[in-house]
Ligand binder design. Structure first.
Ligand SMILES: Nc1ncnc2c1ncn2[C@@H]1O[C@H](COP(=O)(O)OP(=O)(O)OP(=O)(O)O)[C@@H](O)[C@H]1O
Length: 568
């Protein structure tokens, strides 16, 4: 947060300077009032003309500095907001995949929208106001002392009382602000969940449930906000009452000093004006200080997501893959005491093709995620060409692997953009990717070809078409490792067979396919079938070897085939 403000030092300095000048000049009006009233009461025309001229110059300068301050402060808020959002956005994308997936995306959305707005309203603007008011207070104090030390002492007494108030509210407000931030995050999460579930909600007649959930979250969010505002209201009204009391005290004492002949009428007007300039700033400071204190939890949350929090990889070695990807005694659990991967050792060779099979939930996807550097909180070791994965540059490692999942994310653009993703590729590379992925088949039936829009998250395409785009997206980049995590499950059998058999022919590609499809012709093309059960590798070998062996894989294979036959 502070770093983001520091990035705009020049604008900050100009804003602060103009703020000081405008605030200080604003106070001088009291002296002009004093002089003009005394000149009028004395009938001094010469002095009256001089003050009139001075006032015109004063007004012009005040207006000019006021305008510059106003423009600069708004530009400062805009720049800091842009910088903060940028830092959070980059921070989110730079963190480890493991950390990213452990956090609800609504938390990121909330940090980028609600929290940054809270910072603007409760930190940046109050900070500028506090500074302005400190200047007004200091200049007013000087002039007050010059006009009447007695009134000044009484004013200071009232001030002390007024300062005691925010300390009573500060802690409670801090707590309430934190609650507002968490509740807004929960509200965004719930809203996102409901909107993403549109199809399920409408087709399963869940409208009432959705409305009720929304109503509850809506009321809760508004309720927490109101509880914080209520506390602000108490703080503000106590402060206002004390401020008015102070001004009353000044008027009555100054009036008494006029009665006793110790003060001029002009000075009384100046004192009343100054007491406003003295009390007002204290009031504003008191209102703003709890806001600044209260925003600390939100500030910490933003800092947590910001890029400076994400340390670079320890060694950041550049990964190379010429021979093997090897795991030794690999153990991993999502929750302590519940291991999902148990003592797995295996070696994958470059260019070979592996089919990973086993009952649902046995740990296939988790194993592949570990092997490709998605999670780094595991026991045992994983090495790429002999170098420990934890020593490698995470970003470069990610760039060596393409993973195609069952659900493919599509940007709301056309087919070409969803394959190339802002990168330039030759027409020949694009053509090869289109053929290997089987896209060319359905392109013939689309009027705009590669320029056909796919709609929000690819809604205008079928599941199979989306998966073919994902295959092309991966192939065009020519990455050495391709993971198909049921990546062709939505494609018809014939096309899936064609795509997979083309991938199996790519000599340089190391292919790891997680599949439930027990197609003998396809499985027979894989170099190795890795059969998993309960987080362990139960058997490993070619299809022929495993079937001949007649072990656990054979039982699984036969059962799956029978089931597919019965349901298909
Ligand atoms: N992010 C996660 N957090 C907590 N537990 C998880 C997470 N991902 C998977 N699991 C659990 O780990 C176990 C293995 O899941 P995994 O997805 O690796 O299995 P799988 O063999 O690929 O299953 P499937 O064939 O159904 O896709 C399951 O019990 C699952 O509930």
């Amino acid at each position: 947060m502070k770093q983001a403000v520091r990035e705009h030092k020049v604008l900050l300095t100009i804003t602060l300077l103009c703020s000081i000048l405008t605030s200080a000049a604003g106070v001088l009006i009291a002296l002009i009032l004093q002089k003009v009233i005394d000149a009028a009461l004395q009938g001094d025309k010469q002095l009256f003309r001089e003050i009139l001229l001075l006032s015109v110059v004063y007004l012009l300068l005040l207006g000019l500095f006021g305008l510059i301050y106003s423009l600069c402060s708004k530009a400062l808020i805009r720049n800091v907001t842009i910088t903060l959002r940028g830092r959070v956005f980059r921070g989110v994308f730079r963190q480890k995949a493991e950390t990213f997936s452990a956090t609800n995306t609504a938390d990121y959305l909330s940090a980028l929208t609600n929290d940054i707005k809270l910072l603007e309203d409760n930190y940046i603007q109050p900070m500028l106001q506090v500074l302005q008011n400190v200047v007004v207070f200091a200049v007013s104090l000087g002039i007050l002392l010059y006009l009447s030390p007695l009134v000044t002492v009484i004013l200071i007494g009232c001030m002390v009382l007024m300062f005691a108030i925010p300390s009573l509210f500060g802690k409670a407000l801090q707590h309430k602000q934190s609650e507002v931030s968490s509740q807004m995050s929960a509200f965004t999460a719930s809203l996102k969940d409901l909107l993403s579930g549109y199809e399920v909600i409408t087709s399963y007649a869940m409208g009432r449930y959705a409305e009720q959930t929304f109503k509850q979250q809506n009321h809760r969010a508004a309720g927490v906000r109101f509880a914080a505002d209520r506390l602000f209201a108490f703080n503000e009204s106590v402060s206002h009452t004390l401020a008015i009391l102070t001004q009353f005290a000044v008027v009555f004492i100054a009036a008494y000093l006029i009665i006793t002949g110790n003060l001029s009428a002009g000075s009384l007007v100046a004192l009343v004006q100054l007491s406003g300039g003295f009390v007002g700033p204290v009031l504003a400071i008191m209102e703003n200080l709890p806001k600044i204190q209260g925003i600390k939890p939100v500030q910490e949350r933003i800092d947590l997501f910001s890029e400076e929090k994400h340390e670079p990889d320890a060694e950041g070695l550049t990964p190379v893959f010429h021979s093997t990807l090897e795991a030794r005694h690999l153990q991993f659990s999502y929750k302590q005491g519940n291991p999902v991967i148990q003592d797995i050792s295996l070696s994958l060779e470059k260019g070979k093709k592996y089919a990973l099979v086993g009952p649902s939930g046995c740990g296939k996807s988790t194993l592949v995620k570990l092997l490709t550097g998605y999670y780094d909180r595991f026991d045992g070791s994983i090495a790429l060409d002999g170098t420990d994965l934890k020593r490698l540059d995470r970003e470069k490692l990610q760039q060596m692997v393409s993973t195609i999942h069952q659900n493919v994310y599509m940007f709301d653009s056309d087919i070409r953009h969803n394959i190339c993703l802002h990168e330039e590729f030759s027409e020949q590379m694009l053509d090869t990717a289109l053929h290997t992925s089987g896209i060319h088949k359905f392109l013939q039936n689309t009027p705009d070809g590669l320029l056909s829009p796919v709609g929000e998250n690819g809604l205008q395409l079928s599941g199979g078409q989306r998966q073919r785009i994902a295959v092309a997206r991966a192939l065009i980049r020519n990455k050495p490792i391709l993971v198909l995590d049921e990546g062709t499950s939505a494609i018809d059998m014939q096309t899936a067979y064609e795509i997979e058999s083309r991938l199996l022919k790519l000599n340089e590609l190391t292919l790891i396919t997680i599949t439930h499809n027990m197609n003998e012709d396809l499985l027979g093309l894989y170099d190795q079938i890795i059969y998993m059960e309960n987080g362990k590798i139960a058997e490993m070998g070619s299809l022929e070897e495993l079937l001949k062996h007649g072990g656990r894989f054979r039982g699984f294979y036969t059962l799956e085939k029978d089931l597919a036959g019965a349901t298909g």
